[in-house]
Design a protein around this ligand. Structure first.
Ligand code: EPZ
Length: 429
């Protein structure tokens, strides 16, 4: 299995091009199931999760093709995918495929909406908490679906199709919002989604669905109105830049010092993380080309954060921010409010010399003046990149194993960082 080897101590300087957002690309790809015409997606990142989802979609009968590289394309440019669900030949999403990635469970919405039936395995994904699916079940039942759980599968049907309804989520859920939103586009009548997720990825999905002919208002607020239509059609859509990748590299620069242009990044997608980073001593400026991030001279200041749904501080940047705080000049507290088991990076950061105490959902981090390189293990996607950020400043050599987690969500991480001066390489076993 591949490993990442880092020798810490170098500043980051240069340009990192920000990829399309994984967490926007996945629901957008799933939206292709809603129409028999071609959905073309530009700026899709080259990631393991994307490849995994194409397998799942092709099992349902989706044809897909990828535009090849064109002369003059940057090697890090996103790919263009063409997805055509001309005929859905199979409404089952099997355990072997769905268990590898939680987002693939979301196919249940479009399958019910278009085919009026679906058999979808209960999901897997990063082990960051129990991650139930009750909101999906309640939401789709409200739209008129009959759903049962049988041998690890959700088996659903809706004779005559889904019907618009009021869906009120008890807690904000990104995946349940995506799923009910997609399902509602082809339901009869109006659906109102209350306590909807406001994440930029929901807005991106809604914009694409609107381009495909859906009638949607309020995406980006906590109440979304959808007027069902009979059919959706072909559309071409570009995936928004990845705000989590942006925040991750911004934290890496705040950690190492130096100055990096995060090309294509948008500040409006991560206001709260930017404010937090400024508090920690980073200088961040939006330019027409992207976000310019620097930390000059002064040390890292401690800042307390709590993870919240958007527009709050994202849980997907919590581990990276903790890595930064391990070298702050003082003590900080991080409260994880979204997932109950998202502190698995703590023990690995401790192997590098970090001083972190855990008390339930709260981590107290006492900044240290030096981290020391060590062998560490990636435990989930965002946790693993936090180890890379720590490794960039740790004295000596850090080796991160189980990097397949990283490959799920960070496109050519070692290329992007080494182009900016980091001593980082992938060792293929
Ligand atoms: C999405 O996961 C993201 N995944 C996650 O990113 C992200 O951490 C999460 O949203 C929160 O922002 C993708 O977009 C592919 P949720 P999702 O439903 O939709 C509870 C990454 O690293 N809940 O918003 O699965 C749930 O347990 C990944 O890229 C229920 O109780 O998250 C959690 O506590 C990891 N019942 C909370 O809601 C349900 O039916 C929010 O989860 C559904 C969710």
């Amino acid at each position: 299995m591949d490993k990442i080897r880092i020798v810490g101590g170098n500043e980051l300087n240069g340009t990192i091009s920000i990829s399309g957002a994984k967490n926007a690309a996945l629901p957008l790809m799933i939206a292709s199931l809603l129409t028999d015409e071609t959905l073309t997606l530009e700026n899709v990142p080259r990631l393991r999760d994307v490849a995994q989802l194409t397998q799942i979609l092709s099992n349902h009968g989706v044809d897909y093709s990828v535009d090849g590289k064109r002369a003059g394309d940057d090697s890090l440019k996103g790919q263009t995918l063409h997805l055509t669900a001309g005929e859905i030949v199979d409404t089952t999403a099997p355990y072997e495929l769905v268990s590898k990635m939680r987002a693939s469970f979301w196919v249940i919405g479009p399958l019910l909406a278009r085919m009026h039936q679906a058999q979808v395995s209960l999901p897997g994904g990063c082990a960051i908490g129990t991650r139930p699916v009750d909101f999906f079940i309640d939401g789709l039942r409200a739209l008129g679906a009959d759903l049962d759980i049988d041998k690890g599968y959700i088996v659903g049907s809706c004779k005559g199709g889904l019907k618009g309804a009021r869906v009120n989520f008890p807690k904000v859920s990104v995946g349940a919002t995506h799923t009910v939103l997609m399902a509602a586009t082809l339901a009869k009548g109006e659906t109102v989604i209350e306590n909807a997720a406001r994440e930029p990825e929901v807005v991106d999905l809604a914009n694409c669905l609107k381009g495909m002919g859906a009638i949607i208002e309020g995406a980006g607020t906590d109440t979304i109105h959808v007027q069902g239509v009979d059919r959706l059609h072909a559309y071409r859509h570009a995936v928004i830049p990845d705000r989590i990748e942006t925040g991750t590299y911004a934290m890496a620069v705040a950690m190492t010092g130096g100055k990096v242009l995060l090309e294509g990044a948008r500040a409006d997608l991560l206001d709260s993380a930017i404010e937090t980073l400024r508090g920690a001593g980073a200088e961040i400026t939006q330019t027409p080309e992207g976000l310019l991030v620097a930390r000059n001279g002064n040390g890292i200041k401690p800042v307390d954060i709590s993870t919240e749904p958007f527009p709050g501080f994202p849980t997907d940047l919590q581990a990276q921010f903790m890595a930064l705080m391990t070298k702050a000049q003082g003590t900080s507290r991080i409260t994880e409010n979204i997932f109950e088991n998202r502190f698995m990076h703590v023990q690995e950061l401790a192997r590098l010399g970090a001083k972190i105490q855990l008390d339930g959902q709260v981590a107290t981090i006492e900044g240290v003046s030096e981290l020391h390189g060590a062998q560490v293990m990636a435990t989930d996607l965002r946790a693993s990149v936090s180890l890379v950020i720590a490794g960039l400043v740790a004295q000596g050599e850090t080796t991160v194993s189980r990097v397949y987690h990283l490959d799920r969500g960070f496109e050519r991480l070692e290329d992007k960082l080494s182009r900016c001066g980091a001593q980082i390489e992938r060792i293929s076993a």
